[in-house]
Structure formats: C-alpha cells, structure tokens
Design a binder for this molecule. Structure first.
Ligand code: GLN
Length: 203
C-alpha cells in the first residue's frame, strides 16, 4: 500500500493540533469538510471541540450519513474528547436530538467529570502504548465511557484517590476504532497517534 492519507474532520475543533501530531508520527494528513474529501482518505481523526456543534455542522454539510457509512465500512477512526462522543453509539447528557456518527459499542457521558473539575491533567497507565512512562493526559470538559459492549477493549482508566488506575474509563478500542476522553494532540506525547497509525497500517 502506498502511504495512507489520514483525514482530520475539520468542521470544528482542534484540527491543526491533530495534523501536527500526525506529521510527527510520519502520517500524511489532510482536512475533511465534504463528502468528496471524506472519500479521498484512508482513515479519519475526529478532533476535540464541541460535539453538539460538530454534529450540527456534519448535518449541514451532508457529512453525517457518509461518515456513518465509512465507519461502518471499516475505515479506521480515532476520536479525542468530542470526537469520542461522535464515535459513540450512545450518549448520555447530550442536547435534545443530538446524534452521533457511532460505530463504537459504548455509552459515553458528556461533561462527565463535572463543573468542579472542568479541566484537569493526570497520569494514566496505558499498556497498549507499550513500555514507557505513564501517559500524561489533558482533560477539558471531558466525557468518560460509562458502558462498553463485548467487543470493546478498555485501554485506560483514570487513577483513583488511592493511586490505583481503577477509575472511569477514558480510552477504548473496538477493532479499527480508537477513542480517548483526553487530548493527546495538546501535549508533546505522540504515542496515541502512533498507535492509531499502526491501526491504519494494519487495515
Ligand atoms: N464537552 C465537549 C462536548 O460535549 C467535549 C469537550 C472537548 O472536546 N474538549 O462535545
């Protein structure tokens, strides 16, 4: 296969930050705003931002159905934060009528960590990233994964007060779909993007 092209859904959110990370792991990337642009990519990143806005714009741009078709058809996809919400089959705490692309058999709770801790950072035990230091994760009005279906691997949970990594689920994988509650694109650690690129290359 020639070098895969990874699209970044560019309706809203931290698109450029994802493109920077993709470049860092050696992936070719391009922005996706139209069905034709979606057709041209081998994989897709759904960035962090605001899922309600992303959903409305996806409807307006006629992208929601094409996105659903590509994901259902096996296109690798990675969603961070709002992007995780977009990939979830079910959401809790959405606005009235809020739809997702879906594909992952998970229930995601929006803004789950609550007002007191709108934003926080924490070190995660993330074995799928291989040996190495804990992953320093940035959470901004983040969702968590409330329930997972049988085919979903739990990749990371937040630490609890006693220091164990047994808290809420914040990273999951189902086949070629990957999602994190946090924003690796806002840090200097490219290991999550490298993991996604491995998934893309396998596919
Ligand atoms: N709370 C946002 C939403 O519901 C997600 C926040 C983020 O992506 N940083 O879409």
């Amino acid at each position: 296969m020639t070098q895969p092209t990874v699209g970044v859904l560019a309706l809203q959110g931290d698109v450029r930050e994802h493109q920077r990370m993709l470049a860092e792991v050696g992936a070719q990337s391009t922005t996706v705003r139209t069905p034709a642009e979606l057709d041209a990519v081998d994989a897709l990143v759904l960035p962090g931002g605001e899922s309600t806005t992303m959903w409305r714009l996806a409807r307006t741009f006629g992208l929601l159905e094409p996105l659903r078709k590509r994901v259902a058809g096996g296109m690798p996809a990675y969603g961070s934060c709002a992007g995780m919400i977009m990939l979830a089959d079910r959401i809790e705490g959405g606005v009235a009528g809020q739809e997702t692309v879906g594909g992952m058999d998970i229930t995601v709770r929006r803004n789950a960590f609550g007002r007191q801790v709108d934003s926080f950072e924490g070190d995660l035990d993330f074995p799928a990233l291989g040996a190495g230091p804990a992953f320093h994760a940035v959470f901004i009005r983040a969702p968590w994964v409330e329930k997972v279906g049988d085919g979903v691997d739990i990749l990371a949970r937040v630490a609890t007060a006693d220091g164990g990594n047994t808290g809420n689920i914040v990273a999951v994988r189902q086949g070629r779909l990957l999602a994190t509650s946090f924003h690796p694109e806002l840090t200097a650690d490219a290991r999550v993007h490298a993991l996604f690129l491995d998934i893309v290359k396998e596919a």
